[in-house]
Design a protein around this ligand. Structure first.
Ligand code: DQB
Ligand code: GRF
Length: 196
């Protein structure tokens, strides 16, 4: 069986990257991670990738004149690994319209809320402040409008009276680590596709 090629884009810790790489250890996994790319030279996830013999690349956005030039270089770098799927996993740079259009249908992200609720940042704190009883995580296709792309998978967790953003965040993160590999499997097995 030919495995689909996945490039993972990170900016930090890389715990979702770890969950994805762990899934690739299963013989039946329909995808492989061919590259880990970070815009942040200090991203902790880079070390994990290197320790696991995965090719890494750093493209520091601070060394580019503007977003468009950075995104063009990033697209070129990604293409050099010939990935079928590009997975954002804690990648903290907004991507320009041209970039998103170029990789349309192959570019996915995980967001720590039940979209369309709590698009944007600080989702756990905002969920607690809003007094919702359920929160969670969403894997979605990336479109130009941030956090608005078609939903692939969601997982719910309860919000408890005693929750702090940190405690709730851990509960959500456990679900992220479960559904991100699952979503990659669906995409790799052509069980879902992007439609405008
Ligand atoms: C995200 C990372 C950061 C943000 C959102 C999503 C954010 O709002 N950051 C504050 C502004 C930072 C900046 O100026 O760059 N991670 N690009 C497009 N669409 C998306 C999702 C992520 C990253 C880039 C998207 C994205 O849905 N066009 C996920
Ligand atoms: C996760 O909460 C993810 O949902 C969000 O950024 C965080 C990344 O964490 N997009 P990690 O780097 O995968 O540990």
């Amino acid at each position: 069986m030919i495995k689909k090629r996945v490039a993972v884009l990170i900016s930090g810790r890389g715990s979702n990257l770890q969950a994805i790489v762990n899934d690739t250890r299963n013989k039946d996994c329909p995808y492989q991670v061919v590259a880990v790319i970070s815009n942040n030279p200090l991203a902790e996830g880079l070390q994990f990738a290197e320790n696991n013999d995965i090719t890494t690349a750093i493209l520091n956005h601070k060394q580019f004149a503007n977003r468009e030039v950075f995104d063009q270089a990033l697209a070129k770098l990604i293409d050099s690994f010939q990935p079928d799927i590009i997975a954002l996993a804690g990648f903290m740079r907004i991507l320009s319209n041209d970039f998103v259009e170029y990789f349309k249908g192959r570019l996915i992200n995980i967001h720590p809320s039940l979209l369309p609720n709590f698009a944007g940042l600080h989702t756990h704190q905002r969920a607690i402040e809003a007094g919702v009883s359920e929160h969670g995580a969403t894997v979605h296709f990336v479109i130009s409008e941030v956090d608005a792309g078609q939903i692939i998978l969601q997982a719910k967790v309860p919000v408890l009276k005693s929750d702090t953003p940190e405690i709730l965040g851990v509960r959500v993160l456990e679900e992220e680590h479960r559904i991100y590999p699952q979503a990659l499997r669906l995409l790799a097995e052509n069980e879902i596709k992007f439609e405008n």
